[in-house]
Each structure stands twice: as structure tokens, then as C-alpha cells.
Design a protein. Structure first.
Length: 405
């Protein structure tokens, strides 16, 4: 058997395993309403039918990934240091020391100052109510500067965040990389393209074996919500997708969200153990928007990737949410946005707007029935709760010369 034939056999086997894993997730979602007993039986049946995806190991890690693995090993060693020795080193400092060699530049994003206790959601908070014009089943609108929840609907109820997940993906990656890392390159492996194909993910459009800059991976993760970019970025930062997800959950704990949010992938695919809340997504967006680099990513409307052999002119990618909402009257301007969609969550979005009063507002909506309806829900909430621009004293309400005879 030739090496190429062996590779084809391994590829087909991996495809079949990934299809079985996807089928298992679909079954769990379909029958999830039967209760815990039924779920246990379903999982047992799935196991008996070999529906679980078994992780395979690949020793041919790219050079950059191996470097990330080595840093991960250093972090593990630091965790073993007695607390008495680490008395003068904070958790953040220890993590930073493990990630960065001496003399390196500072990370793109520093430790987040926000926490899960930013805003209180209670019965006194404004409510979407049963207003039929707002379709989204979950949501929250926050006056960031005033520290006040203006409106909410099931804001603390668990839901699937879909690709809003990638807000945390870029934040976690930025906290572990430097400006120097942005110019490094990462290959788009067959494992990445297979994962995207089997799970029907949205992609940036990178080709298999294309070598892409880390900067392009950041923009590809946000603007077109590319799973190919997200997975390559995760591999570069942590050495593997699984290791990167561990970092994401550590970040959730740091933000005070571990009890209500938990992620199993960096893409936003449906999984019974991949969940968040509208409130938590607002906290994550606040943390990301507070960082200059992440805010730049989330506010970019278009971006052209670096020229490569596969794409000699680069790829022009867009944040269609921002481009579609920019002409709407939101009593201000939406400056950051990230959307998401999977069948189980419907259309969702997290956005940050600067109102006509100069204050920042965050809106998160989820479980809408279309991407346009999702935008309309956000526009209506902004219109309803953000103050309208009022003319300054002495300013004529109509332009000079426009008066009638």
C-alpha cells in the first residue's frame, strides 16, 4: 500500500468519526427534552454504537504549535510551585511569565478588569415583556457607563451562544500573543478543513495547506466568523483546540462567569455542554471592547488578507452585521459587533453602540428567527432605550433658508 493510499484511508476514517460525533450531538439535542434518564440511555446507546469521537494524536505538530506546547508545559510547572514561593506573584503574573520569554513585548490584551458582577438583573430591570415586535427569546441591553441594565429577557437563562463564542476566542488569544506574533504564519491543516466541512461551519475561505498570518486569523475569526481561522489561531496559541478551550474556560472563571457559562469549542458549534447567557456575553464583549486590539477587530467592517500563493490578491472579508446596521437609526452608532447562528440557537448578536449622549451601550440578543430579524430587534431596543439627539439651545430646528414663504 502506498503512502498516499494510507493517507486516504486515515482521512476517510477521520471523516467518519467526525460524522458520528456530529450525529451524536444532533441526537442529544433532539431528545434532550426527555429528561436525564433518557439522556443517559441515549448516551449509552451512542457509546455502544461507537458514536463518540475518539481523539487521535498527531506528532507532526507545526513548529509554532510545538512552541506553544512548550509554553503550556512551563505553565504547568509554575502551577506546581509551592504557594509560599509564589507569595509575591499574582495568578496573572504567573500566567504571563509562563507565556512570554524574558524581554518580550507585552500581550495584545492585558488582564481584563471586568467581572461577572458588573450589572444586576432583577425584576426592577426593564423588560422586553411580551412585545411581539421583538422576536429574540433572550437578550439584554446595558448602559455600560451608568452600570445599569435597561432591558432584559431571560438574560440569566442558559442558551447556546453560537459564534458569539468567538468574542472570547479572540480575547483569550490576544492575551497570550504579542505584536510580534501577528506577523508569524500558521498552516491551514487538513484537520482544520475537515472539521469545518463535517460541521458545516462558516469559513474565511483559506485553502488547505495555505500559510496564513496570525493577524489574518484574528480578522478571519471575527469578520466572516471563520471557523478555519479560529481553529488555526487556537492551534497557534495553545498547541491544540482542546488546550485552547481549557484557556477559554479559565478566562470565564476569571471573569466570574464559570457558573453560568462553559465552552467546549472555540467556534460556537452546538454542544450540550457549550452554553452561556445573554448577560455573560455582554460581560465578555465589555472585556473585549476594553482592549484596543480586540476593539479594532470587532469594529472593522472590511479587511483584506495578506497575499498568498492560493490567494494572490488576498481575500476581502466583511463584518456584514456592522455594514447592515450602520444605516439604521439607533440613536447613536453601533461600533462593535459579532453575530452567531446554529440551528439550535437561531440568529444572535452582541453589539456595542455609542449613543448620541456619548455613552456606551451593549446589546445582546439570541434565538431570533433570521439574521435580519436579529438586526431589527437590536435596532428597536436601541431606539426604545437610548436617548434621541436633542438640538442644543439656540440651534434652529430647521436649516436656515428652508422655511416656507
Amino acid at each position: 500500500m502506498t503512502p498516499e493510499e494510507e493517507r486516504q484511508i486515515r482521512w476517510k476514517k477521520r471523516i467518519e468519526e467526525m460524522r458520528k460525533a456530529k450525529r451524536r450531538r444532533e441526537l442529544l439535542y433532539k431528545w434532550g427534552g426527555l429528561g436525564a434518564g433518557a439522556a443517559v440511555l441515549l448516551i449509552a446507546a451512542a457509546a455502544a454504537g461507537s458514536l463518540f469521537f475518539h481523539k487521535t494524536t498527531d506528532t507532526t505538530e507545526p513548529e509554532a504549535a510545538r512552541g506553544r506546547i512548550e509554553r503550556a508545559a512551563v505553565r504547568e510547572e509554575i502551577q506546581k510551585i509551592p504557594e509560599s514561593t509564589k507569595h509575591f506573584m499574582s495568578k496573572e503574573e504567573a500566567a504571563l511569565a509562563a507565556q512570554l520569554p524574558e524581554g518580550s513585548d507585552v500581550p495584545l490584551a492585558g488582564p481584563s478588569a471586568v467581572s461577572g458582577g458588573l450589572w444586576e438583573v432583577n425584576d426592577d430591570s426593564g423588560s422586553f415583556g411580551f412585545n411581539e415586535s421583538i422576536v429574540s427569546e433572550y437578550g439584554i441591553l446595558v448602559d455600560v457607563d451608568g452600570g445599569m441594565v435597561l432591558a432584559q429577557r431571560a438574560a440569566r437563562t442558559r442558551m447556546n451562544p453560537a459564534s458569539m463564542t468567538k468574542i472570547l476566542t479572540v480575547l483569550v488569544a490576544a492575551e497570550r500573543l504579542t505584536e510580534e506574533d501577528l506577523e508569524q504564519t500558521v498552516p491551514i491543516t487538513i484537520e482544520i478543513t475537515d472539521y469545518c466541512f463535517i460541521n458545516e461551519c462558516s469559513v474565511t475561505g483559506f485553502e488547505r495547506d495555505e500559510v496564513v498570518s496570525v493577524r489574518d486569523l484574528f480578522y478571519g475569526t471575527v469578520l466572516p466568523s471563520g471557523a478555519d481561522a479560529s481553529l488555526a489561531l487556537a492551534n497557534y496559541v495553545a498547541g491544540s483546540h482542546e488546550a485552547f478551550v481549557d484557556l477559554m474556560n479559565e478566562k470565564l472563571a476569571e471573569l466570574g462567569l464559570a457558573e453560568t457559562s462553559h465552552f467546549t469549542n472555540c467556534v460556537g458549534l452546538y454542544d450540550e455542554n457549550h452554553y452561556s447567557t445573554a448577560y455573560d456575553m455582554a460581560v465578555m464583549l465589555k472585556a473585549a471592547a476594553d482592549n484596543e486590539f480586540c476593539r479594532q477587530l470587532l469594529s472593522a467592517r472590511t479587511y483584506t488578507t495578506t497575499q498568498t500563493k492560493e490567494h494572490p490578491e488576498g481575500l476581502v472579508i466583511s463584518n456584514w452585521f456592522l455594514r447592515r446596521i450602520e444605516d439604521k437609526d439607533v440613536h447613536g452608532e453601533v461600533v462593535c459587533g459579532k453575530t452567531g447562528y446554529v440551528d439550535q440557537s437561531g440568529s444572535c448578536a452582541a453589539s456595542l453602540a455609542v449613543g448620541s449622549d456619548g455613552k456606551e451601550y451593549i446589546c445582546v440578543t439570541a434565538a431570533s428567527n433570521s439574521k435580519w430579524r436579529c438586526i431589527d430587534d437590536q435596532v428597536e431596543l436601541y431606539q426604545r432605550f437610548l436617548p434621541e439627539m436633542t438640538p442644543e439651545p439656540g440651534t434652529p430646528e430647521t436649516p436656515p433658508g428652508s422655511e416656507g414663504p
